[in-house]
Ligand binder design. Structure first.
Ligand code: ATP
Ligand code: MG
Length: 223
């Protein structure tokens, strides 16, 4: 059974607009790595919102681990918590993710929400700060950081949750060559570690480094 299964979904933001996704199907096994490719406006971010239960298709079915992800399912707080615990989502725009007073708190937030013991929260936070070399920024306010720094903090905050599925929307966009060079092997390691990875990207090098299966979103392939 695939871990993630979209069956002929259709999605429009409003009834007047043409559908962004039309009869779109996708099946992803646990441990697989998929690169979502497509032009600007093709619907990659929209697809990721659906996979994370932030939007719901008007037609078709989305199943996660065999269970249909519906508004009713996610209204159940316990089920919603379980679902969100399993999927980590890096937004294309990190600004919408960052709201804590410091980088350290931002990274600790997820593990704290999960109710982990303080020692475990501290250990995970320290690990993630080190992984990205973010220690010098640990006490800074995330909203005062640069775009590339924010992106790294947002990714660190996703990884501190250690979810089994990672949905990464343009994880390397806007990063300088040195940072990109550091993150490429890190993402490849996550794949090696058995994470299920879905990545929307225009970065050919990333698709290669991850040895990802490419899926096209939008255009003729989605008609
Ligand atoms: N909140 C919204 N309300 C209405 N339309 C939207 C909304 N968000 C996106 N759209 C439209 O949906 C379409 C798909 O947008 P989406 O952000 O999913 O594309 P994308 O493939 O992620 O593009 P990019 O490569 O630029 O990130 C676009 O035509 C966009 O204008
Ligand atoms: Mg996008």
């Amino acid at each position: 059974m695939p871990l993630i299964e979209l069956e002929r979904i259709c999605f429009s933001y409003t009834p007047e607009d043409a559908p962004v996704l039309r009869d779109f199907s996708l099946s992803v096994e646990a441990g697989e790595c998929v690169a979502l490719r497509g032009d600007n406006g093709a619907g990659k971010t929209t697809l990721f919102r659906i996979l994370n239960g932030l939007s719901f298709p008007q037609e078709g079915v989305y199943r996660f681990d065999g269970e249909a992800v519906t508004p009713a399912l996610l209204k159940n707080q316990r089920r919603a918590k379980l679902f969100h615990k399993r999927i980590g989502y890096l937004f294309q725009n990190p600004d919408v993710m960052l709201f804590n007073a410091s980088v350290r708190e931002e990274i600790a937030f997820g593990p704290r929400q999960m109710g982990l013991p303080e020692a475990e929260i501290a250990a995970r936070t320290a690990d993630c700060l080190a992984l990205f070399g973010l220690e010098p920024l640990a006490d800074k306010a995330p909203y005062h950081l640069s775009g590339g720094q924010k992106k790294q903090v947002a990714l660190a905050a996703v990884l501190s949750l250690n979810p089994e599925v990672l949905i990464l929307d343009e994880p390397l966009a806007g990063l300088d060559a040195r940072t990109r060079g550091r993150l490429l092997p890190l993402l490849a390691e996550l794949r090696q570690a058995g994470k299920t990875l879905l990545v929307a990207t225009h970065d050919e090098g990333l698709v290669e480094a991850l040895d990802a299966r490419t899926v096209r979103v939008g255009g003729m392939h989605n008609a």
